[in-house]
Design a protein around this ligand. Structure first.
Ligand code: 5GP
Ligand code: ZN
Length: 113
């Protein structure tokens, strides 16, 4: 999508600190990290959010999570980390290109706020 922030990041029109890149997914450091590791994993294809996804998106949603787990393993976060999808404005979604947050490197409280 032309005016989507994360599509622009995928196209390299907005700079980002790349963590991982393959045919389907792109991962980069969050600009405003909420934990020592805060990486965003996104599908290269534009999907607005989880509630707009359908079963044809199941594979890419899975790929984003597997990529998150691989990054967590590389960063030795396996004592505990969190993957988060904020869905809709009331849950804190502010960018409407689906993204998985990978958070780790500190104690993560439950339930989240
Ligand atoms: P949401 O609030 O939609 O779940 O998450 C959006 C995330 O994108 C936020 O954690 C925010 O810090 C991050 N973000 C917003 N704009 C940019 C940007 O231009 N570059 C990067 N790297 N992260 C961004
Ligand atoms: Zn997009």
């Amino acid at each position: 999508m032309n005016d989507c922030l994360f599509c622009k990041i995928v196209r390299g029109q907005i700079p980002s600190k790349k963590v991982y890149d393959d045919e389907h997914t792109y991962a980069f450091e969050d600009i405003d990290p909420k934990a020592p590791t805060h990486v965003l994993i996104i599908p290269k294809r534009h999907i607005p959010g989880l509630k707009e996804a359908d079963t044809s998106d199941a594979e890419i949603i899975g790929r984003c999570h597997i990529t998150a787990a691989q990054i967590a393993q590389e960063r030795k976060l396996e004592e505990g980390y969190r993957t988060v999808l904020n869905v809709g404005p009331a849950a804190g979604q502010s960018v409407f290109h689906m993204h998985v947050h990978l958070l780790g490197g500190r104690k993560l409280n439950w339930p989240p706020g």
